[in-house]
Design a protein. Structure first.
Length: 69
């Protein structure tokens, strides 16, 4: 079995590090996209909740007004 030289190991390690760096960049890009998606979903849920509460309060106020007056 032939021994691996330091130069060959350095070349392989450099190649590995470059590949890993590219993978991590892609992972961070995907995580950013996921975070943006979650933020958008949270805003949609919050807006839907505010709308629903507003409608419920409006209907309740209308019914109370009709009952009392």
């Amino acid at each position: 079995m032939a021994r691996t030289t330091v130069t060959e190991l350095d070349k392989r390690l450099s190649s590995h590090e470059a590949a890993c760096e590219q993978r991590w960049k892609e992972n961070y890009r995907r995580l950013d996209a996921i975070e943006q998606g979650i933020t958008l979903i949270n805003k949609s849920i919050r807006n839907s909740l505010i709308f629903t509460i507003t409608v419920i309060l409006s209907v309740t106020a209308y019914l109370i007004q009709q009952t009392l007056f």
